[in-house]
Design a protein around this ligand. Structure first.
Ligand SMILES: Cc1ncc(COP(=O)(O)O)c(C=O)c1O
Length: 417
């Protein structure tokens, strides 16, 4: 469909009253997403979201709002857990969590015994960083572009256990995979025990060559902890194909599961040596459960994970990945060659997907984000550290080309100020 036709059809979508609460009975008669193709699919997906129309939301990187079909199922889970109360918690909770873990393991491509459902990436990665059997003088490597909370945990274990930290800086536009692999390899010493690396850097959206980094690290006897906060449900991959030792992700990001769901993968032979964040009654060192004590928690949140997986599977992860790449490259192309515009994310589909970062040479990122919101109703987030100056732009499956045009026009105007 050409741009003009799309604009017409997206206007038609916007004219359709959006469903405030999803009518399941009515929905039974709606064509399944899996049978829809091209723009008809994305038009329906947009209708599945109850969007606040006051601003254009280009900040799905924090967390993804969830579509109404998933939301209505989560409400049913909440009602059920509340109705059954302690009976549910004592008799059904463990059975349900096991089923959810199995379904999630199928999605991310690993053995269910190697997977735990956590509350978020922070909990998953901090468990490994803090629970690693550190010895005084050990070295660890991470990047200044990594997420702040994990860097803080490394600083804490450095003080607590006498660990040396080696910090790399990942270029925004690397020449090739080898440049990135060589960067991490250059910091490895005989004392290095662990590398933490982002699968997708959150401030730029750059995807790193994880498999190659893991293979290189293993050849030096070093283990790799992967921060995949943004990757599950975003693009197609299997954890075991990455050959990593540990992997953490947030399911409330691109899987669009309810807020407060994450995952932690630990390769089976590493499990016995890791200390838990919260001690559990399970004493078998091989059991993931030993590392996954939660205390009393909102169980219905986790019950929404399979519903989010069903919604994703209806779209298809390949189609979602292609769409997110298509819309990223669409707005990046709109801004290509414009004076004062600085792209902080590689163009290629191998190096990025839904997230990218654009800066203005004539304006600080904080001013750019503020003016985008105040003057053009475009919501983004300013990034101004670790060699990245710009706004992170995160559209979603519900974003229209019309919204991307309005965003691009706004940036072009600001670039001329
Ligand atoms: C790269 C990266 N790692 C970790 C996190 C932490 O995720 P959460 O707050 O869900 O624990 C984020 C959050 O945005 C992130 O972008």
């Amino acid at each position: 469909m050409n741009k003009r036709n799309f604009l017409k059809s997206s206007a038609a979508v916007l004219a359709t009253p959006l469903l405030g609460s999803f009518d399941l009975k009515q929905n039974e008669y709606i064509t399944p997403l899996s049978t829809l193709k091209g723009e008809a699919l994305w038009k329906r997906v947009r209708q599945d979201y109850h969007i606040k129309e006051d601003y254009i939301n280009l900040e799905s990187g924090y967390y993804n709002i969830i579509p109404t079909p998933t939301l209505s199922k989560v409400n049913e889970h909440l009602e059920r857990v509340n109705r059954e109360g302690s009976y549910y918690m004592r008799n059904q909770l463990d059975i349900d969590r096991k089923k959810v873990t199995e379904k999630l393991a199928e999605l991310v491509g690993c053995n269910a015994n190697d997977l735990a459902i956590t509350r978020n990436t922070t909990e998953s990665l901090d468990l490994v960083i803090s629970g690693f059997p550190w010895e005084v003088g050990d070295h660890a490597i991470y990047a200044e572009q990594d997420y702040g909370a994990m860097q803080l945990m490394f600083e804490q274990i450095s003080k607590r256990h006498g660990i040396h930290l080696d910090v790399v800086s990942v270029p925004n536009h690397p020449k090739d995979d080898d440049e990135i692999v060589a960067l991490y390899e250059s910091k490895i010493t005989s004392k290095t025990k662990l590398i933490m690396v982002c699968h997708m850097i959150n401030i730029t959206g750059q995807i790193l060559p994880i498999r190659k980094i893991c293979d290189m690290a293993h050849s030096h006897g070093v283990e790799v902890l992967v921060d995949g906060a943004h990757c599950v449900g975003h693009f197609d991959f299997k954890i075991t194909d990455l050959n990593c030792d540990y992997y953490g992700s947030s399911l409330h990001k691109w899987l669009a599961a309810p807020l407060g769901n994450g995952l932690l993968y630990i390769k089976d032979d590493h499990r016995p040596k890791i200390w838990p964040l919260l001690a559990d009654y399970e004493k078998d060192l091989n059991q993931m459960r030993r590392l996954n004590h939660l205390g009393t928690h909102p169980a219905y949140i986790t019950l929404g994970v399979p519903d989010a997986i069903d919604y994703l599977n209806d779209i298809g992860i390949k189609r979602k990945e292609q769409r997110l790449n298509q819309i990223r490259q669409y707005w990046m192309k709109n801004l290509q060659g414009v004076e004062n515009i600085q792209m902080n994310t590689p163009w290629s589909k191998e190096r990025a997907c839904g997230i990218a970062n654009v800066g203005l040479r004539n304006m600080k990122p904080s001013e750019m984000a503020k003016r985008l919101f105040d003057e053009f109703n475009v919501f983004t987030v300013a990034i101004d550290y670790a060699n990245v100056q710009g706004c992170r732009i995160t559209p979603n499956v519900f974003t229209t080309f019309d919204e991307l045009d309005r965003f691009s026009e706004a940036v072009i105007k600001l670039a001329k100020v």
